[in-house]
Design a protein around this ligand. Sequence first.
Ligand code: SF4
Ligand code: SF4
Length: 445
Amino acid sequence: MAKKSTTNKKKLRRRARAGALGRSKASGLDPVRFSLMAKPFGPVCNLRCRYCFYLEKDILFSQDADTRMSDEVLEAYIRKTIAATPAQEVAFHWQGGEPTMMGLAFYEKAIRLQQQYAGKKRIRNVIQTNGTVLDDSWGRFLAAHKFLVGLSLDGPADVHDHHRIDAGGRPTFDRVMRGMRVLRDHGVEFNVLACVTPESCGRALEIYRFFRDNGVGFIQFMPIVERLPDEAATQLGLELAVGIRAGEAAGAVRMTPWSVEPLAYGEFLTEIFDEWVRNDVSSIAVMNFEWALAAWLDRPARVCQWMPNCGRSPIIEHNGDVYSCDHYVYPDYRLGNILTDDLQEMIQSDAQCSFGEAKSKALPDYCRECSVLRVCWGECPKRRFLDTPDGQPGLNYLCEGYKAFFTHRGPFFKAIAQLIRAGRPATDIMSAEVIVMPHAHVSSP
Ligand code: SF4
Ligand code: SF4
């Protein structure tokens, strides 16, 4: 093992000296785990959600007459992903834009290719959709091939429709709820991705109970944070600020009106946590809480934003171009192309390694000294555009909210972790009295 890793380091050093980025043939590098998310239709969608950060990227692909993924790219994506994945299970993530706009025939083709190249590996498909075009034929297909579906739904009709409108400006709530019924009728496994905006804040419990009343068992809350264009964005013809490199100063910051306020987001999480921890630990998985709990259990983080480093979740565009991350689809972050480059070489390239390592290397001292660093890790570098109180760049915009939430609800996470370690069900927390003091402890029920 040690010998293998030395060889690997030598290969990396050789490549670094040559300045190569995905130029060599089969890399021979020890493969690392990764998750490559596909955008089969590029930045194309039937909706026009006001907070979408992706549709404006069409300007970067204006030379492409058609942004549908070709058969050639699809084949290379599936073949190379299976070959480059070191684990026995290979996950394919389909995203957008709106991936269902590719039509069922595209995914039937994808399944055939997966079966052709899988060998002994197990294949899993995950699709993130706005749900508006799901009908019975989709339901049958998704169920037959055991897709896990992420459904974008922000809450009750007025919260959802405030931002999630279609290309004609019409509300979409009823169509999404119909899509959810299709999934349920066909027994498709799904979870809900709910974006958190200023319109959601102050209505946390109502939103949470709406999901609970509708039988949603898995929910993820995603804060919307976008800046108005900076100089780099203007140069590229974009209307939202370009993600900065971790540790860089952002200059003047102007937020979009649909961005959540940091403390309001912290309060949003707190209100939902308080309801969940009293009533629903056994029945509802709020992914934000599950991810946080990993830190108190001393387990590796489960999502990139809570990891010390990132860079293992690149994306592949419709034309085969591979970029560092969904939030960094800009020319400077293009790693190569699936048709011509080796996947492991792109993922382990110097460019991608520095991108991922910057997450911890560029942390400001304020974060390094923070009592909740072990769970937060400065969160996503895309949102690190504030200065710390003593003037260092690189503080996360949501810092205040995270600090408040993790500090005040940390004792509960600690108590749940203690229960799990003691071999007791986490649900015991619902009947435990957690005394929140400077040094919190949990007492038995
Ligand atoms: S930049 Fe943010 S979203 Fe992208 S991989 Fe890193 S933590 Fe994840
Ligand atoms: S809570 Fe704030 S200071 Fe603490 S690690 Fe997160 S971003 Fe940094």
